[in-house]
Design a protein around this ligand. Sequence first.
Ligand code: G5P
Ligand code: MG
Length: 224
Amino acid sequence: MAAKKLLRAIIMGAPGSGKGTISSRIMHDFDVKHLSSGDLLRKQIHDKTANGLTAKRFMESGELVPDNVMLRMVTYELSQLQNTSWLLDGFPRTVEQAHALLRDYPIDVVLNLRVPFEVIIDRIKGRWTHLASGRIYHTEFNPPKVPGLDDVTNEPLVQREDDKEETVRARLEHYRRLTHPVLQYFRNKGMVDEFTGKYSNELWPQVHGSLSKLVKPIKYTHYE
Ligand code: G5P
Ligand code: MG
């Protein structure tokens, strides 16, 4: 029997562009594991690990966590997923991280979400997160069944420490300065599929179509 084709994908986009939202839809419709570097870091902070303590002060000011911490953490997680399709969200974010990743793994596609910056600031104000699972809600776009509680565990939702307006602006600035060159690096290699729009529901069918050319979907879920 032929070996199953494993997907190696990256999802990119500015903070708040909908990477987490689109990733959870991808997991639902494709046999792919979602690995979010931000979710990993928030878990380490919650568990008060050494990496978590280092990461906390960078994240709270909207800065990037140092490359050596990120590389150690993500390399370990990927080593646990040898025979699994994966989608990386939030990594790589610097050219150094990108080089290190490509040294170890061939990447099939980089999905880039292009959402206007004005839309993003408004969105982040309404975001609520279930820290343990990374599930994301929005007071209007995707409200929980019971306000303030996670749909699956009924545990309380929180607002992220780095979602204050001035920190979001700092995150957007770091994105422009440090992460945009990563995108350019992937574009020069012809690896990027671009998706432009204001709403995740508008981008989703295009993303589904793009991935379906690489791996067979389990289903197609429509959102409106
Ligand atoms: P993260 O956790 O990677 P960001 O800043 O890249 O964080 P973020 O904020 O998680 O990205 P997102 O995942 O792109 O945003 O967006 P989302 O959560 O899906 O959507 C945002 C909100 O909008 C949600 O409430 C959602 O429900 C809502 N929404 C989605 N679509 C729509 C829509 O169509 N309409 C409306 N109205 N709402 C919508 O990284 C955090 C920090 O960790 C560190 C850095 O310090 C970083 O700042 N970090 C790293 N540092 C160094 N290197 C790395 N590789 C690092 N990775 C993380
Ligand atoms: Mg996210």
